[in-house]
Design a protein around this ligand. Structure first.
Ligand SMILES: [Zn+2]
Length: 278
């Protein structure tokens, strides 16, 4: 039990408490639990990292008992030594149900993103507070096989996520789609209408239908981000993350990763050699 006590520190973070101002801190185990495969934004190495700094802060609004928080971690790439900044949101949830102290330990172990359990000894209720990755600056992704001009736009989209600029991230995704359309031979529409540029891809049968529909999906999200309408909330961060992730998948589809191609060649050579010997 000593371990979780050390980690959770106190129970002042219970949803009905929290007035003492005391706070448990985000710790290395939280970071490592959330960041399983770190890609350095400078050298693209996945050589691991050292945590140089990690902390979080949160604020409880008097009205509505809402918790608002953020966590920041600075990771040092083990390959190039450059510092990468990771930003997390701090969230809280009324878990519902109850548990005993004995059950709490395995629960925390299974959920490394939880930084405080908000455990109430009296009724066994918990209101866990946890971190969720918003983004990394600069964003790390192996992008060795795509044109530089597309890579820059894509990284800018990802960097927007790190500062919760969700509309901006998705607008950048629209820019990437426009670049992809040009890559496939479309002439950018003079009025800069992405819809017309995609229409040209369709009319001239420059890409298959599946990819075209994917581009249109991104375009529709881009429109939500770019054109405000009355009472609209814009794009939420979780939505923006999915759109950016989707664009990454499309990019990998259009430009297969260089290391995948290298490995394919290597395997082929190995097989040919093996077949010759056999
Ligand atoms: Zn690095």
């Amino acid at each position: 039990m000593e371990r979780w006590r050390g980690r959770l520190g106190n129970s002042s973070l219970h949803k009905h408490g929290g007035s003492s101002g005391m706070s448990t801190g985000i710790i290395d185990a939280n970071i490592r639990g959330v960041i399983r495969d770190f890609t350095c934004g400078y050298c693209s190495a996945q050589a691991g990292y050292n945590i140089v700094f990690a902390d979080h802060s949160e604020l409880r609004h008097t009205y509505g008992d809402l918790l608002e928080g953020a966590a920041i971690a600075v990771l040092k790439c083990r390959d190039c030594g450059m510092l990468n900044l990771l930003v997390f949101s701090v969230n809280e949830e009324d878990y519902g149900g109850s548990m005993t102290e004995v059950e709490l330990d395995p629960f925390i172990t299974e959920h490394p993103h939880i930084i405080a359990a908000g455990f109430d000894k009296e009724d066994g209720a918990i209101a866990p507070m946890w971190i969720e990755l918003m983004g990394q600056y600069p964003y790390g992704h192996k992008l060795d096989s795509i044109p530089e001009i597309i890579r820059r736009d894509l990284q800018e989209a990802s960097n927007c996520l790190a500062i919760a600029a969700s509309n901006a991230a998705v607008i950048m995704c629209g820019r990437v789609i426009e670049r992809l359309a040009v890559h496939f031979g479309a002439r950018p529409d003079q009025n800069r209408m992405l819809g017309l540029t995609l229409k040209e891809l369709e009319n001239r049968k420059l890409i298959d239908e599946h990819l075209l529909n994917s581009f249109r999906e991104v375009k529709d999200w881009r429109n939500i981000g770019a054109h405000p309408s009355e009472n609209d909330e814009g794009i939420q961060l979780t939505e923006a993350r999915k759109v950016v992730e989707f664009v990454y998948l499309l990019i990998e589809q259009v430009f297969p990763r260089q290391d995948a191609r290298d490995l394919a060649n290597e395997l082929k050579q190995m097989r040919l050699k093996k077949e010759t010997v056999g």
